[in-house]
Design a protein around this ligand. Structure first.
Ligand SMILES: [Zn+2]
Length: 407
């Protein structure tokens, strides 16, 4: 048992790795929720505990199974983000390979947590039938409206457009080793939800609303069995849209990074505006933009991001191109070659393949990572998508990616 404290609620909660688990009486989806992957974010743990208790108390009929897992228990007990390594940055190819062949030897508390969580995910994938949904509950250091962070696959886009909150695509291009990128590469629906500031009461309520809505959207419970309208409306921003990240300020190892006070998430910034300081030197905005996830805590190495809205036209175009598998022609183009070390991955020489702008590669479904000044390494996110697992689901039948219908 680990004792977790919520400053927002001024409450303690004793939890184990399984915060709760409900097995439905009828077949249905397998819903896997994570709370507290970051130890300073107890909101998700409290919310998941509340929802599962309520579902049991009110005897809400469940289809499939609902599994709520606590993330970094060691860190949660200490209200610390992590011990030595961020548990949301350790799911790299090398690490997962070592976990798979059992050659991995944990050397700190975070790695012990990871090994255990890996074992549980593996076991669930072997024993449950699915379709699987992995949802990761987080909070941010700055004030924010709730939003979803989504690896840009068509499956994820389709499912996530059901929520009345903005969807931020493409964070995986900037981060190495988040838990959900690993699960996405297995082809399942999986994304993150940031409910608000770490210690705000609203963050817990938003996590609760998100959890209920997710259960309804996947068909695990019916909208009629809960106070659906309340949760839908309370999540807020009905005009939610798709955004993409196009810039990340990475904090260097020995850098003393200090965000200027007062920035809130999704705030508009203007050219030359002072955003932060690096060892006392000013960091200014390169142009007009929207700031995303400004860092207001000591731990972490993403200073801030910048985002822009993705027009609906681009979303449709890219759905079409991806369905037509337009990308298959790509490897025959000049300046593009296969990466011999990683199947399904291409290396693009941007000097030769100038026409392949990052934006265009996004439309085709590629995740881009900069290899060096002239080369991009790209991998198609649709390659492993398990579309066949989801084809019979209600939400999958939606033809176009649009944002939530007003109810
Ligand atoms: Zn987090």
């Amino acid at each position: 048992m680990s004792k977790v404290y919520s400053e927002a609620l001024d409450q303690h909660l004793e939890v184990e790795r399984h915060i709760g688990r409900i097995k439905g009486s009828e077949p249905g989806p397998c819903m896997i929720f994570f709370g507290g992957i970051h130890g300073n974010e107890p909101s998700g743990v409290f919310a998941l505990n509340r929802v599962l208790e309520e579902l049991k108390e009110q005897k809400v009929p469940v289809k499939g199974s609902i599994i709520a897992l606590a993330g970094n228990l060691w860190a949660l007990e200490r209200s610390k983000r992590f011990d030595k390594e961020d548990l949301n940055r350790v799911w790299t190819h090398e690490r997962v390979a070592a976990l798979k062949d059992e050659s991995f030897v944990p050397s700190n508390e975070d790695e012990k947590e990871q090994e255990e969580i890996f074992g549980i995910i593996k076991n669930l994938l072997e024993t449950e039938t699915g379709p699987f949904y992995f949802l990761d509950l987080h909070t941010t250091s700055s004030e924010t409206i709730p939003f979803l962070t989504v690896n840009d696959s068509l499956l994820n886009r389709k499912f996530s457009q059901q929520y009345p909150a903005p969807v931020i695509l493409g964070i995986e291009e900037y981060l190495d080793g988040p838990l959900l990128s690993y699960i996405n590469e297995l082809g399942y629906v999986s994304f993150g939800f940031e409910s608000g500031q770490h210690d705000a009461i609203a963050s817990v309520d938003n996590h609760v609303a998100f959890t209920y809505l997710s259960l309804v959207f996947s068909g695990a419970i019916s909208a009629e069995s809960i106070n659906y309208d309340h949760y839908f409306e309370s999540l807020g921003d009905l005009s939610g849209d798709f955004y993409e990240i196009y810039y990340r300020y990475a904090i260097e190892k020995d850098e003393r990074f200090l965000m200027e006070p007062g920035f809130i998430n999704f705030q508009k910034i203007i050219k030359n505006q002072l955003l932060a300081k690096n060892n006392g030197k000013p960091i200014k905005a390169a142009g007009n933009s929207t700031i995303f996830m400004p860092l207001y805590q000591a731990q972490g190495n993403d200073g801030f991001f910048q985002i822009r809205r993705v027009p609906a036209f681009f979303l449709r175009l890219s759905s079409l191109f991806r369905k037509l598998r337009f990308d298959r022609m790509l490897r025959f183009m000049p300046g593009v070659r296969r990466d011999p070390s990683m199947p399904g991955t291409l290396i693009v020489n941007q000097k030769i393949a100038r026409f392949l702008a990052k934006q265009f590669l996004h439309i085709l479904g590629y995740r881009n990572q900069t290899l060096d000044k002239t080369h991009l390494i790209i991998k198609n996110r649709e390659m492993n998508a398990r579309n066949e697992d989801y084809v019979h689901e209600e939400w999958y039948k939606e033809r176009y990616i649009t944002k939530p219908k007003q109810h």
